[in-house]
Design a protein around this ligand. Structure first.
Ligand code: SF4
Ligand code: MSK
Length: 646
């Protein structure tokens, strides 16, 4: 740790120097952050942590004491299994709804493009539009992009309703996977249908069979992964462009002392895309110069940041735990937010500086923020209004309070499936060959958030290092991306940190050992790639040497993601314990029982080094199952004996 920050405990909160510097500012100025509020919440409720508290109806709230002499049942008679299952199902429904409603917003924009009702959005990737139209069974002959956009949007709107028996995009999964979903009754039908049914079933006195509740929770999550989230990714690519590899930068050093800084925060790229366009408007750049700035600088936070990073190379200021801290630099004129993962606290921190916070979606308003109603029909005009507002605010900046504590770190981004296949020469075969030969042992998706209960970015970066050292390719989305990029793991030069096999592959292709796949909805790119690999090998996804990990997750969306990933056949390790431990039956089902149903389970392991061992063992087991080369013990970068893993 740098000497100026030692002795103040910041190293227990984060591994990042820019975080330490901003925590020092917060301390000096008496500004509360997420870590202070977590401390004030201690001790957090044990019943809630175990998942055995219930406030579904007004006969409660109730709590069940699974390990002591307290009540064993709620007022209605629900036991720990029912209460934990209901709570988990509701979390999954909330997470799935969040992603899927985001997908719906993009879908409505596609429809608007089809109807010629927007001044700004257009089809940026006609090939993808055509591929999707064909996948949905539409005839494409003689139709222009606008007509196809309208027809495809109309078809996809059905994915949200109740007329479908099966979501069309789920057909991308291997046939054997779909058969498992059919047999267990979890094949997703309509996105809205599964989410509404999840809320219905978890009302008091409806579904009281905990296994049955959880099966529907799985179906709900699949309607997200192979439905709402996949629609969000596919249509964002169609409208805003399929990402291609490019270099960018990350950390608080991407903010500029001499420019108007705008932070883009949230998840939906519709608004951020128009702000990128508006920030390049010559009139607005001239206005910025008039106000004494060199221009307008954009930087991302959270998944909106990931979206514009992937497609436009806009740098990232930080991940989830940086949203308050970037304001503490004193260099942010404006934070524009859409929805999800935006702490209400940002407006409080902004009040201590000149920073303006603008909310934009009518479904996500924030006390203390100015609300500018976002209307996709007139997107560019609104984007310009917001950028102008930031420029006007530049004159209120207090130069003496500006402190940008670090230099930015380079990173490579833009690995869509199309880009990965492009790097491989147009086919997944070279990747399959590398896995078969053992130069790449397998691949792991490290996804998800930060959580102040975990030292910021330690879980992501330690796990990533251990895996790439062991020739395991890592793909990242969401906040994990920023963690790994800040640690210098996402440049082609980072190949030197990988084991010999992965290093050679990365050097030959000029790619990092950690590939950026995008935002949280873009976890569906991982599903699509896994399905393509499984189909190419003629096996189900669960036979592949793959795993998932969410070392620092916090959100309900992460619960939905983890569930659809496991139900798709990919073993997943969580770094934060979910609130299920009040039901030993449910713990056993999720960590063991699911193997016999979906061929994959969850594991919970907060120590990233131990998580890496679990994952490596899993990958080697899967390789053995496929008859692929076994690991040479001399090539293990982290002897298991050192970790004494039980
Ligand atoms: Fe209590 Fe049952 Fe009502 Fe939940 S649903 S609050 S356990 S009475
Ligand atoms: S969910 S990964 S906190 S942005 Fe996209 Fe939010 Fe980050 Fe989780």
């Amino acid at each position: 740790m740098s000497p100026e920050f030692s002795g103040n405990g910041y190293h227990r909160k984060s591994i990042q120097r820019d975080t330490w510097a901003m925590l020092e500012i917060a301390k000096q100025e008496g500004i509360e952050t997420v870590w202070d509020r977590l401390a004030k919440q201690q001790p957090q409720c044990g019943y809630c942590s175990l998942g055995t508290s219930c406030r579904i109806c007004s006969m409660g709230p109730c709590r069940v004491d699974p390990f002591g002499d307290g009540p064993q049942k709620g007022v209605c008679g629900a036991d720990a299994d029912i209460i934990v299952a209901r709570n988990l199902a509701r979390s999954i429904a909330a997470g799935a709804s969040s992603h899927s409603d985001h997908g719906r917003d993009i879908l409505e924009t596609l429809h608007m493009v089809g109807e010629g009702k927007t001044d700004v959005y257009k089809i940026s990737d006609p090939q993808k539009l055509h591929r999707l139209a064909v996948e949905y069974g539409l005839s494409v002959e003689g139709k222009n992009d606008q007509e196809l956009a309208k027809e495809l949007a109309w078809e996809m709107m059905e994915d949200y309703g109740m007329r479908r028996e099966k979501l069309p995009l789920a057909r991308r999964a291997p046939r054997s996977r779909q058969e498992i979903w059919e047999k267990t009754g979890v094949y997703p039908r309509g996105v809205d249908r599964e989410n509404v049914e999840a809320l219905h079933r978890t009302h008091m006195g409806v579904d009281n069979d905990w296994v049955n509740i959880l099966l529907h929770a799985v179906r709900t999550s699949l309607s997200d992964g192979w439905g709402g989230s996949m629609i969000a990714t596919e249509l964002s690519d169609t409208l805003f462009g399929v990402p291609t590899p490019k270099m960018s930068q990350v950390n608080l050093g991407v903010l500029r002392k001499d420019m108007v800084n705008i932070i883009l925060h949230g998840h939906n790229p519709m608004l951020s895309e128009v702000i990128v366009a508006a920030s390049q408007d010559p009139e607005l750049i001239a206005l910025a110069r008039e106000k004494g700035a060199q221009g307008v600088n954009l930087a991302g936070v959270c998944c909106t940041g990931n979206e514009v990073l992937m497609r436009k190379g806009i740098p990232m200021a930080g991940n989830h735990l940086m949203q308050e801290l970037c304001i503490l630099t004193g260099a942010v004129e404006l934070m524009v937010v859409d929805y999800q993962c935006i702490m209400p606290a940002v407006t409080e921190v902004a009040k201590c500086f000149h920073t303006k916070v603008i909310s934009t979606f009518d479904k996500a308003k924030f006390p203390g923020a100015e609300h500018v109603h976002f209307d996709p029909e007139h997107g560019l005009e609104i984007g310009k209004q917001i950028v102008r507002s930031a420029i006007e605010n530049y004159t209120r900046r207090v130069p003496e309070r500006v402190y940008i504590p670090v230099e930015p770190v380079p990173m490579m981004t833009g690995f869509s499936i199309e880009a990965v296949l492009g790097a491989l020469g147009g086919s997944p075969q070279p990747l399959i060959d590398a896995i078969v030969q053992g130069s790449i042992r397998g691949a792991v998706g490290i996804v998800g958030c930060n959580n102040p209960k975990i030292k910021q970015d330690l879980g992501h970066t330690e796990l990533t290092r251990r895996l790439i050292e062991n020739d395991i390719l890592v793909v990242v989305t969401g906040c994990a991306t920023v963690a790994d990029a800040k640690a210098g793991l996402m440049t082609p030069e980072a190949a030197d940190l990988a084991g010999p096999g992965l290093r050679a592959v990365c050097k030959a292709l000029g790619i990092p050992p950690v590939l950026h796949f995008g935002s949280c909805v873009d976890n569906t790119r991982i599903l699509v790639l896994a399905a393509a690999l499984a189909n190419a090998l003629g096996v189900d996804i669960n036979a592949l040497p793959l795993a998932g990990a969410a070392p620092e997750w916090y959100s309900e969306k992460a619960v939905a993601i983890g569930t659809y990933v496991v139900a798709s056949g990919i073993y997943t390790v969580l770094g934060v314990a979910p609130p299920i431990f009040g039901s030993p039956n449910i713990v056993k089902l999720l960590t063991e029982g699911l193997e016999g149903v979906f061929g994959a389970t969850f594991a919970v392991e907060p120590d990233p080094n131990r998580a890496a061992v679990l994952i490596r063992r899993h990958i080697e087991r899967k390789r053995a199952g496929l008859g692929l080369s076994a690991l040479n013990p001399d090539n293990i970068a982290m002897p298991e004996s050192e970790l004494a893993l039980a």
